[in-house]
Design a binder for this molecule. Structure first.
Ligand code: HEM
Length: 408
């Protein structure tokens, strides 16, 4: 068995205090296709898969590498696992397919196009709100608002529920950071509470229907029956969590990198046609979902190692995006790369049956916000170094104070 050359496992939280440890990943990837890493969870360790062909073969074989224990390295408590196993993220085919079909239609190209006017109104309002100040805290004042607004509008959630839902999303997703949760247990509890909140919302909306995705979900039939309130709750949570933190982190990283690469920022300001390529590049360069985990359902050989039934198999998506066999000069941030090639090669949105259904929505959010910022804000500069949150699953900032001038 190949064991980890680092004193602590790569995914130890301390290794992520300044974001994804890219150098350590590169060293591991150069030496191994797959490596066993000790950890302090019940199984005592996990397999880390580092190369794209091996990651793809795991993610395209859900019968062998199941999602039924969830995408996190951590073990879900039994009761929460039972609840979450109603969600598409925790389901394998064939059950996965019918849950997934409930949401896929909402992110088809024509549906996205029809959403542009609603999104542009919000984008304008977000920048209106800060433009005269000359300073903002980019994560909270700018990056979080559009993704939340899009999901609220789709699902028909009233704006006043921002005050409960946004902190709840942070507690669930960032439970290892003491700024968001007192303990890991508090994070698990917040997850169950959020599903309960959404189940209550479903119940209200059955009494008072509206023309939105919530009532479409509640009226849809799977195998001749409708979703229960609780089943709606886990779909709701998946969309809220999947659709918000990820996108806000990516926008924050984009402006962080542009500020730190002034020539690339100037190029983009002079050529807004490069915006889609810049979005693709930041999705590659600073992929915000670091890994996804599967669990082996039988003894199987993978990348030359014998994987025992029940083992955790962690696909390091972050490794693919900086792999020199996938990208030329992978550690340079370059908005002039061919975006179609980047899109094909990167694994930012996963791969296989669980590949992100919201990826085109994410791209549209990022593109519209970026165009507005470039059109209206100038002389962007960081007021202090941004603070990373404590997570090995999500890579992003808690705060990024910034100064700017108005172009108007
Ligand atoms: C930059 C933004 C985003 C990133 C990096 C991202 C990343 C990912 C990844 C890596 C997966 C696969 C997880 C796995 O295989 O276990 C995934 C799944 C998912 N994402 Fe996204 N996502 C983003 C935006 C969104 C948006 C905007 C939405 C909703 C509107 C969304 C909803 C979902 C859902 C519901 C799933 C579960 C799909 C399934 O299990 O079949 N995501 N996302």
């Amino acid at each position: 068995m190949t064991t980890c050359p680092f004193p602590d496992s790569l995914l130890h939280l301390d290794n992520f205090s300044h974001g994804t440890p890219r150098q350590a990943i590169a060293q591991l990837r150069a030496k191994h296709r797959i490596v066993w890493q000790a950890d302090d969870h019940a199984a005592g360790g996990h397999w880390l898969v580092l190369h794209k062909p091996d990651i793809d073969s795991v993610l395209r074989d859900p019968a062998t590498f199941s999602s039924s224990y969830g995408p996190l390295l951590e073990d879900f408590p039994e009761d929460l696992l039972a609840l979450q196993r109603q969600a598409m993220t925790f389901l394998d085919p064939p059950e996965h397919r019918s849950r997934r079909a409930l949401v896929d239609y909402a992110f088809r190209p024509a549906v996205l196009e029809a959403r542009r006017a609603m999104m542009q109104a919000k984008v304008t309002a977000i920048i209106d709100n800060i433009i005269d100040r000359g300073e903002c805290e980019f994560v909270g004042d700018v990056a979080m608002h559009l993704p939340v607004h899009v999901m609220f509008t789709l699902l028909g959630v009233p704006e006043q529920d921002y005050a409960y839902l946004v902190p709840a999303i942070n507690t669930v997703t960032l439970a290892n950071d003491p700024d968001y949760a007192g303990s890991r247990e508090e994070g698990w509890a917040a997850s169950a509470q959020m599903v309960g909140w959404a189940a209550g919302f479903a119940n209200k909306r059955r009494q008072q229907p509206a023309d939105d995705m919530t009532n479409e979900l509640l009226n849809a039939e799977i195998d001749g029956r409708r979703l229960s309130d609780e089943e709606y709750g886990v779909v709701f949570q998946g969309l809220m969590i999947g659709g918000t933190e990820t996108t806000r982190n990516t926008l924050s990283w984009l402006f962080y990198e542009l500020i730190n690469h002034p020539r690339q920022l100037a190029l983009l300001q002079a050529n807004p046609d490069l915006v889609p390529a810049a979005i693709e590049e930041i999705l590659r360069y600073r992929n915000t979902v670091v890994y996804t985990r599967r669990t082996a359902m039988r003894d199987v050989e993978l990348a030359g190692e014998q994987i025992k039934q029940g083992s955790k198999v962690v696909c390091l998506l972050a490794s693919v995006n900086r792999d020199p066999s996938c990208f030329e000069d992978p550690d340079s941030f370059d908005i002039t790369r061919d975006p179609a090639l980047t899109r094909r090669q990167m694994r930012t949105f996963g791969f296989g049956v669980h590949v992100c259904p919201g990826q085109h929505q994410a791209r549209l959010n990022l593109e519209m916000m970026t165009r507005e910022i470039l059109a209206r804000m100038d002389k962007l500069r960081l007021l202090e170094a941004p603070t990373h949150f404590r997570s090995n699953f999500m890579d992003g900032f808690k705060r990024m104070p910034m100064a700017f001038t108005s172009r108007a």
